[in-house]
Design a protein around this ligand. Structure first.
Ligand code: NAD
Length: 273
């Protein structure tokens, strides 16, 4: 049950409601977050952390291993289905139209598969079902080729033939997963950086679901909102930097628990546009 203070935050006229989601919203669809031990990837005799694999420098050093890791994760994402929280956010968009914006760190594409529109969904870390030219010659990401297997065993190596299929169709350079790596920077064309900042400057309510806030743009959004005195509702089974912000400013609320439990209730308590 939502308590009265949260109901009051929701049940009033709103401008833009900015939803910020992270890996936690897809945990109940069976996609591991980066924090659990499922996140490790073994290369030879060594276990790599996601923060080591998901880098441009690892891709340059061992492109076959980085591709195999992404193709395995892509298989996990494709095998997963949107859950109650994803579906509730589709209702939120249908109810609120242009007053709804979803900024997601997830690369799994589940928000779009559930039915949110690309116009109102900023995938600020990319989408694992797409690739780009590693020399950035293409104007936009392209879907992964159909000839690449979707189901991928955890320890399955990538073949030279498959690597050839992952080349840029325009210039022939090596293709790369369309994701933002830990040693890269946000930009507008690929990751909607400025548009996300702009949205944080205009939102009247920010709802943060299932993220640790370990990356810079999400924290930036939270900081801008709290400096503006905008209320923030945080859903997470663990305290995190966003819940600490709410505690410090006193604007908003921390809902301790899972996305599947809280998000549908939050959506239902928002007024229709
Ligand atoms: P994270 O793995 O760092 O943290 C996950 C957060 O979700 C934690 O705060 C955890 O307490 C919370 N959580 C766990 N289960 C939950 C549930 N059922 N309901 C609500 N919250 C729950 O993830 P992050 O903060 O999103 O960022 C790490 C990076 O990992 C991002 O760049 C993201 O692109 C990438 N990533 C994406 C996916 C995906 O696309 N599904 C999965 C793993 C990692």
């Amino acid at each position: 049950m939502l308590d009265d203070s949260v109901k009051q935050l929701l049940d009033r006229p709103h401008g833009l409601v900015l939803w910020l989601t992270g890996a936690g919203i897809s945990a109940e669809s069976g996609i591991p977050t980066f924090r659990g031990k499922e996140g490790y990837w073994r290369v030879g005799s060594r276990n790599y952390q996601p923060e080591e694999m998901a880098t441009w420098s690892s891709f340059q050093e061992m492109p076959e291993e980085v591709w195999a890791w992404y193709l395995y994760r892509r298989g996990v994402c494709r095998g997963a289905e949107p859950n109650a929280a994803h579906r509730a956010l589709v209702r939120a968009e249908q109810n609120s139209g242009e007053r709804f914006l979803l900024v997601t760190q997830n690369v799994d594409g589940l928000h779009l598969r559930a039915g949110n529109t690309l116009d109102r969904t900023f995938q600020i870390h990319g989408n694992i079902d797409f690739m780009r030219c590693s020399k950035e010659c293409l104007p936009a990401p392209i879907p992964m080729p159909d000839s690449i297997d979707v189901a991928w065993e955890k320890d399955r190596a990538i073949t030279q033939r498959e690597l050839e299929r992952l080349r840029c169709p325009s210039c022939g350079a090596m293709g790369r997963p369309h994701v933002l790596w830990f040693d890269e920077s946000y930009d507008e064309p690929n990751f909607r950086f400025q548009s996300s900042i702009e949205a944080a400057r205009h939102a009247s309510l920010v709802i943060v679901v299932g993220t640790t806030g370990a990356t810079s743009l999400p924290m930036h959004i939270g900081t801008i909102a709290s400096q503006r005195g905008v209320p923030m509702i945080v859903v997470n089974p663990e305290p995190n930097p966003f819940s600490a912000l709410v505690q410090r400013t006193g604007h908003g609320s921390f809902l301790f628990g899972t996305a599947g439990d809280w998000v549908p209730k939050l959506v239902d308590a928002l007024p229709l546009a």
